[in-house]
Design a binder for this molecule. Sequence first.
Ligand code: APR
Length: 166
Amino acid sequence: MISIDLGDITILDCDAIVNAANKTLLGGGGVDGAIHRRAGRELLAECRTLGGCETGEAKITKGYNLKAKYVIHTVGPICSTQKNQASLLANCYKNSLDLALKHDIHSIAFPAISTGVYHYPLEEATKIAISTVKTWLDMHKDYKLDIIFSCFDEKTYNMYQRYLEA
Ligand code: APR
């Protein structure tokens, strides 16, 4: 099932929340900063052992002080003229979902990856997020997974609502 939540991803009580991280995986601003603040210092300590993360890839850690048992860290593309930005962004969702399957995760929340500091156009990013998730679910019909799109503001929420109903 796919749903949308307007609010803070760090308080969601689901198996995993996804972090829109940077390649160092050593924290930052935006949702990355919020997740690290609420998870506590042990999250950073575990992230230090991961050796970073390439754009489009995803790595998993415990959730520590979060309600979520896991954090899946993925690195979205920084919007530029490079033509493979769309596939890199799609890979963030696909690789995060593949990790959820591998770790028997049955509820996962995604922020609007790359649409903040990385300036990916919201409408295009929303379409990529929804189509990638729907395709993945179609290919894994036998795996129960609830997906929440966590929207931090009305603009993002309305965009997801518009394209989920499309
Ligand atoms: N809960 C849910 N969504 C949030 C939260 C939160 N607590 N805080 C921010 N967001 C939203 C933003 O409003 C935006 O819609 O997450 C989306 C992604 O924005 P960013 O966090 O800026 O992430 P991104 O655009 O992928 O840029 C990643 O920013 O924080 C740094 O270390 C991070 O370098 C990396 C870059």
